[in-house]
Design a protein around this ligand. Structure first.
Ligand SMILES: [Mg+2]
Length: 379
């Protein structure tokens, strides 16, 4: 009898412990679920915003303003024509008429203005990828990205086609400097753009400078900024003509699309100080003297085109660059950031880099908490 009582007591203790363990495990699952739901909730907001009429209105506004911005850059560069000592801007060499692109060769002292554009979330809308990852739990990875690119279904943003037509009707050219892969994604991306009404004759192979583009001796330039510099300093062969080109406008949805030698794979302070630099601030939305960065090993140099303005030394003072060099050329340029990609990008990676190790999937909350600490609390 005594033995039976002891046995029953043991069973009860074991059952209580087992329930406790199950309950702990469930609590843990619940916690994770809360985190996942919170993150998912934010992501759902991003997708709804991306497919809203407001987003369409924003993009139309942005691309119409980009047309004015391009005109302003050209006007400003022409105003300083006498100061240019590395070639003159020429607007009569690119002609686009009746679905036919004609390029005339440049002489050594003239150049064609060009616009460098990113594609994903700048020209093309990939919000279905995030939408599917939220609803069908399809993971975002390279395999699924490749499958999506192959479908050629990305929609082109409102206002893009009119902007492109304006550039070609006004003596300029557009270079595709996306980080899609040149080898793997080029044909599908081209077909996708054609499906969306992009004029086929403006998609010449010479205009594609995506990630992995092979240069002489199989050289590949990883950083976008190095690709821009290569285009500026080497003749581009297009439709049998060799032309000098200068990138005068850059359009992207990520800060890394502009001066990647300074910002790419860098922490938050680099990105924040970049946007505090007065020369960089000026470049967004108006013509200003061209700024570029070079990166070799750990040395970053800021170069500025000499158009008479003063150079901001902030990044040197912050020890984030090692040198500033004046270039003997008056060259105007401008940047346009297509705002509204709240789904992914350099901005999210930088927060993740800073907070993820310590805070795991709550990293977003921690970043926001620290931001909120800058304000006094209110009820
Ligand atoms: Mg992009």
């Amino acid at each position: 009898m005594k033995q039976l009582r002891s046995f029953l007591m043991l069973v009860i203790v074991l059952l209580i412990s087992f329930n406790f363990l199950i309950s702990c495990k469930n609590n843990k699952i619940t916690d994770n679920k809360i985190i996942a739901t919170t993150n998912e909730y934010g992501a759902l907001y991003s997708v709804l915003w991306a497919i809203s009429p407001e987003r369409k209105a924003q993009l139309l506004t942005q691309y119409k303003l980009n047309i004015h911005l391009y005109n302003q850059i050209i006007a400003k560069q022409n105003q300083f024509a006498d100061k240019i000592n590395k070639g003159k801007l020429s607007l009569n060499l690119v002609k686009w008429e009746k679905n036919n692109l004609i390029i005339n060769e440049t002489s050594n002292d003239e150049f064609i203005p060009a616009v460098a554009v990113d594609l994903d979330e700048t020209f093309l809308d990939n919000s279905p990828v995030l939408a599917a990852s939220l609803l069908d739990k399809r993971k975002f990875n390279h395999l699924n990205w490749d499958k999506w690119v192959k479908t050629q279904q990305a929609k082109i943003f409102a206002g893009v086609l009119n902007f492109v037509k304006h550039i070609y009707h006004n003596g300029g050219m557009i270079f595709f400097t996306s980080n899609r892969l040149q080898n793997k994604h080029l044909e599908d991306t081209k077909k996708n753009l054609i499906n969306e009404g992009f004029p086929e004759e403006l998609l010449n192979d010479a205009l594609w400078w995506m990630d992995g583009k092979k240069l002489k001796a199989d050289k590949v330039l990883k950083e976008k900024e190095d690709r821009y510099e290569y285009i500026n300093n080497n003749k581009v062969s297009i439709l049998g003509k060799k032309v000098n080109v200068r990138i005068m406008m850059v359009i992207g949805d990520d800060i890394n699309d502009f001066n990647s030698n300074f910002t790419n794979n860098k922490g938050i302070t680099y990105r924040e100080n970049y946007m505090e630099d007065n020369n960089i601030q000026k470049l967004f939305g108006e013509p200003a003297m061209a700024i570029r960065f070079s990166k070799e090993n750990d040395k970053i140099i800021k170069y500025y085109a000499n158009c008479g303005q003063s150079v901001d030394t902030l990044l040197l003072e912050k020890k984030q660059i090692q040198e500033i060099i004046k270039e003997n050329i008056c060259w105007y340029k401008s940047y346009s950031l297509i705002g509204g990609n709240a789904m992914y990008g350099g901005w999210d990676s930088a927060f993740k880099k800073k907070y993820f190790e310590q805070h795991g999937t709550s990293y977003m909350k921690q970043a926001i908490r620290e931001y909120l600490q800058k304000f006094t609390s209110w009820d």
